[in-house]
Write a protein that binds this ligand. Structure first.
Ligand SMILES: Nc1ncnc2c1ncn2[C@@H]1O[C@H](COP(=O)(O)OP(=O)(O)OP(=O)(O)O)[C@@H](O)[C@H]1O
Ligand SMILES: [Mg+2]
Length: 263
């Protein structure tokens, strides 16, 4: 039985069974030299897969190519080598990038407007979800009148309403304090569980967040980012940050990151 939220999130995405939805094989990517900067090899030999409905977290040190990986998945950049297959994907960038002159509601409705919906129709669709995201009463607020957490929720709503099969979330809670961050993690897990399945690639600095939310965690080395480990997280939801299984996986990933940083 589709949930109320699910039935309001069109278009319905037909399920694909069996084969992986995202496939990267031996992908390299480098930024060419510019006038003031030498070239930078961002990713090297990255191979990974994700099936429809999976949440893949990507962790790794700053500058190891995590945002670059999401830009490749969204088709904003092309690999230098190797192959990449990914259905239409939408990027929630590292900074919320809300348009300051638009209201919260119009910002949330932006992807729908871009996809061709009338302003009235797009606003109606976005408004229907405002309450569910704890944003009721703030439809007309401009981004500077919202808290950091509220801006992130508006940006997430815009991403969700794009109707794309794949959501690429770049540090969606990176700028938030610990309490708001924990609330947002719970809210994200709940929203994704209620909503029709999407494939999600979540970039985060926070290993605990990765283990709390993901089906699988990809651990990247310092630049050029290579995959050091792929960690399955076979733990039932809801997960608690002090659950033994969560703590064990968190330790394993932190250990891999610290060894990777010394190599
Ligand atoms: N547009 C660009 N032009 C040139 N170099 C870039 C560009 N974007 C990123 N880089 C370089 O590529 C490398 C990887 O950057 P990227 O933003 O993917 O890292 P990241 O893992 O997302 O880092 P962070 O955790 O700090 O967000 C860095 O060395 C960065 O300086
Ligand atoms: Mg980044």
């Amino acid at each position: 039985m589709p949930s109320e939220l699910q039935s309001r999130l069109e278009p319905v995405i037909p399920p694909t069974q069996g084969r992986a939805e995202i496939v990267l094989e031996d992908v390299d990517f480098g930024y060419p030299p510019a006038r003031t900067q030498p070239g930078v090899q961002a990713l090297a030999g990255v191979s990974l897969q994700a099936h429809h409905g999976e949440l893949l977290a990507v962790v790794g040190p700053s500058g190891c190519g995590k945002s670059t990986l999401l830009e490749l998945l969204c088709g904003l950049r092309a690999p230098d080598r190797g192959s990449l297959r990914c259905p239409p994907a939408v990027l929630m960038p590292q900074r919320d990038l809300l348009l300051p002159w638009l209201s919260a509601l119009d910002n949330a409705a932006l992807a729908l407007r871009i996809s061709g919906l009338s302003r009235a129709h797009a606003r109606t669709r976005a408004a229907a979800l405002f309450g569910e995201l704890g944003l009721d009463g703030f439809q007309s607020a401009r981004p500077h009148e919202l808290s950091g957490g509220m801006r992130q929720r508006v940006a997430f709503l815009r991403t969700l309403l794009s109707g794309k099969r794949v959501l690429c979330l770049d540090e969606p809670f990176g700028a938030l304090d610990a309490i708001t961050r924990a609330e947002m993690q719970q809210w994200l897990a709940g929203t994704l569980a209620r909503e029709q399945p999407r494939t999600v690639v979540l970039v985060t600095h926070d290993v605990e967040e990765a283990v709390l939310l993901a089906d699988r965690v990809i651990v990247l080395s310092p630049r050029p980012g290579r995959i050091l480990d792929t960690v399955d997280v076979p733990i039932e939801h809801p997960r608690g940050r002090t659950d033994l299984a969560v703590l064990e996986l968190r330790e394993r990933i932190l250990h891999t990151l610290s060894v990777g940083a010394r190599v």
